[in-house]
Design a protein around this ligand. Structure first.
Ligand SMILES: [Zn+2]
Length: 93
């Protein structure tokens, strides 16, 4: 019986530097998400904001979670281990 490969989502990409799989978003998508998060955080009390870093959400964080790289290629099924969580990165082919 063939091993079933995990399906790769259309936006998933692999870091060229370290092989970590993330999913790609455009800069515009990242900026709107950051703006949405900032607006949400602004509604929280100082207490509830604990756990968020001082500078808050930022498009600068849309890079490889493993190595901080920002060059990617489309992911292949064998790149992505089952159950891996992916984080968004800014990348456009
Ligand atoms: Zn990386």
């Amino acid at each position: 019986m063939a091993r079933r490969e995990r399906e790769i989502g259309p936006g998933e990409v692999t870091c060229l530097a370290c092989g970590w799989v993330s999913y790609a978003v455009t800069r515009a998508e990242a900026e709107s998400e950051v703006a949405r998060m900032r607006a949400y955080l602004a509604t929280l009390s100082a207490e509830d904001r604990r756990g968020w870093s001082e500078e808050g959400p930022s498009v600068e964080k849309y890079v490889c979670r493993s190595c901080g790289g920002n060059t990617f290629r489309p992911a292949l099924p064998e790149d992505c281990p089952d159950g891996a969580t992916t984080n968004p990165v800014i990348w456009q082919p």
